[in-house]
Design a protein. Structure first.
Length: 233
């Protein structure tokens, strides 16, 4: 047997043993110990980051927990506000998720995108973004924010982009440039963000430092008896 094949076989056996132990812990109700092992290097504090771009302040965060299981939803929020200076028109906000070896948008599927802003009458309005084919080869869709919304420091108005993504198992799919020899992992998936505003250069913020993790390598759903969804609404 070639050495590389042998190593892969041993790795699979180790992974299978670890998974069985985690499932057993979930069934017996040892939720605390299970969570610590299942989520690995998950950083529970990496749920919010802020960046300035000229007179704009951009906050990227996860609403609720940033750790879940296969099929759970994660809720990301981007808030754009203006301080001092002129009012700005936001024309685009786009988000992506990359794992530790740079595989982009592989471990999550976009479910929805919504923009909340203040209209010309001063009322708060929420607008659902349309589904867009982001990758023809993989048939993956996204819900980027594309439109025209004003943030005004004098009026205190903001633009808020909410996106919901579903954790999934990416292995077995088609992902260009991804390493599936044991290195790619949905642990501490990092977000990146682009924001377009009239009169300013493109803000390309990567990574934002906002991370999410999927337990059990995102290969199995939530163990029986381990509680409800890890993510808030």
């Amino acid at each position: 047997m070639p050495h590389s094949t042998g190593r892969r076989t041993v790795a699979r056996l180790v992974a299978a043993t670890a998974t069985a132990a985690l499932l057993a812990a979930g069934v017996t109700g040892a939720a605390t110990a299970q969570s610590a092992d299942a989520f690995g290097s998950h950083d529970a504090s990496a749920t919010r980051a802020t960046k300035t771009h000229d007179n704009l302040t951009i906050t990227h965060e996860i609403i609720g927990s940033n750790a879940g299981y296969l099929g759970d939803e994660v809720h990301y929020r981007t808030t754009v506000s203006a301080t001092d200076g002129p009012a700005r028109t936001i024309t685009g906000i786009e988000e992506g998720i990359s794992d530790l070896v740079g595989c982009s948008n592989s471990w999550t599927l976009a479910k929805s995108g919504t923009v909340t802003y203040t209209n010309t009458s001063g009322a708060q309005v929420s607008e659902s973004m349309p589904k867009v084919l982001a990758n023809v080869m993989t048939r993956k869709y996204e819900y980027p924010a594309v439109g025209s919304w004003t943030v005004d420091p004098a009026a205190g108005t903001t633009v808020v982009y909410d996106s919901v993504r579903v954790l999934r198992n990416a292995r077995g799919g088609f992902s260009v440039g991804c390493d599936w020899e044991g290195n790619a992992s949905p642990s501490n998936m990092n977000a990146y963000l682009t924001v377009r505003a009239d009169g300013l250069a493109l803000l390309d913020w990567r990574p934002t430092g906002v991370t999410a993790s999927c337990a059990l390598d995102c290969s199995l759903p939530r163990p029986t008896g381990s509680g409800g969804s890890a993510f808030g609404s």
